[in-house]
Write a protein of this length. Sequence first.
Length: 221
Amino acid sequence: MNITPEQMRWVLIYVFTLVVSVALHEFGHAFMADKLGDDTPRRQGRVTLNPLAHADPIGTLALPLLGGILGGGGFGWGRPVEWQPARVRRGISMATAKILVAIAGPFMNIVLGTVLAFTHVVLTTKGVISPQSDMNKVLYFASITNFTLFFFNLLPLPPLDGGHVAESFTPYRHRKTFEQWATYAPFIILGVMMIPQVRQVFLIPAGWCTRTVYDAALALF
């Protein structure tokens, strides 16, 4: 298989964007757990923006790199943040703690996507970067990648963050049924990622959200 230097450059840009986005996502989980009173992430060095602390050799580097070279793109994942719900400070239920820690990761992605979109609009409208420049493409790609990660991770399928939220809202009398169903969730996630028509369930809202944020930024600047 032949890959040009230009294609390889964009593959590396894709991997770099994913590494940074995943690192911020995992940092969100670690930061929230730490603020809720569990010092496990801090003791393990996870309350940091250093991408190396959150990178998974396969999910953050090898798989995205291979997917980019093969032209398939795809998604990656970071090293899961370990935390103990039972160690959160008094006054906060474990169910509430699980929900807050779960949504903290996707929340960081939507924050980063919004910041990138506004930065992109400001740099473009002020003439700092040209609409035809590579930086123009990189900023838009990085922004929509984070909105995509936000909606993808909110799918109510374990082990995605949305799955943890769904589990927390599941009545205790149905938890066993949920856990049995959860064993098939990874295969469902794989199907969602591999089937283009099904993938639209998170790509469409990601695209809509990106356009909305860009329109808001253009209206302000």
